[in-house]
Design a protein around this ligand. Structure first.
Ligand code: 3PG
Length: 220
């Protein structure tokens, strides 16, 4: 199951990262993203109702690829798993997070920036890591420089932090990057203003951005 979820995330390419407190808004967002063709998001545990949002989407839309992010402790992992998340994301990695994720049976994408952190994550059994905050730590060029020495480990990266339509492909063109995450598709401002039509446009633009070959073939 873990590998299937990583494969599904890799097919999505761009993962909307959201901070959301209102349950109805969360469900509406999941429906908007599904209609646009990007049925995935990472709900960060940064609001009091984040777990309730995950619970509701998971029960109403079981096929929606739903992640829980900003997991800082084993308790967060347990709560996210009970709420129905399909994948787990953390800005960093601790042994207790790794243990809790293993117990939950859900894939965890832990944060790792330096070669040592990536190697420690791989050593702990992780195959996919989050490179965060990507822009501040050297962007796509930093990952590109780190890939050759780490290639034998097979580790795959999901950069987040400072990623926008203008630079997403710099990251996604690296073969060790399986997906990128970002808040621009469903930003706090857009959600607060209930601008679902703009969110839909941004999701569609993200899909177009990541499938230039398909577009060219279809357009020729
Ligand atoms: C995250 O949690 O991954 C980041 O907050 C996303 O960063 P962004 O707002 O720059 O997209």
């Amino acid at each position: 199951m873990t590998q299937e979820i990583f494969a599904a995330l890799a097919r999505m390419r761009i993962i909307p990262v959201v901070e959301i407190d209102d349950i109805a808004t969360g469900v509406k967002l999941a429906r908007t993203l599904t209609a646009a063709g990007l049925p995935v998001m990472e709900v960060t545990l940064r609001t009091p109702n984040a777990l309730a949002v995950i619970r509701e989407i998971s029960s109403e839309m079981p096929d929606f690829l739903l992640g829980a992010g900003t997991l800082l402790s084993a308790r967060d992992v347990d709560a996210a798993a009970s709420a129905g998340a399909h994948f787990l994301v953390s800005p960093g990695r601790t042994d207790s997070l790794t243990r809790a994720a293993t117990t939950s049976g859900l894939p965890l994408v832990p944060g790792a920036i330096t070669a040592s952190e990536v190697m420690a994550a791989v050593d702990a059994g992780h195959s996919h890591v989050k490179f965060f905050p990507a822009a501040q730590f050297g962007g796509a060029a930093a990952i590109a420089a780190m890939v050759p020495p780490l290639r034998a480990s097979g580790v795959m990266f999901m950069p987040t932090g400072g990623i926008r339509p203008e630079n997403a492909m710099d990251y996604l063109s690296l073969d060790a990057v399986f997906a990128v995450g970002g808040t621009w598709i469903a930003s706090k401002d857009l959600l607060a203003a209930q601008r679902f039509e703009v969110i839909s446009e941004r999701a569609l633009a993200a899909i177009t951005l990541t499938s230039p070959l398909t577009e060219t073939i279809e357009g020729s």
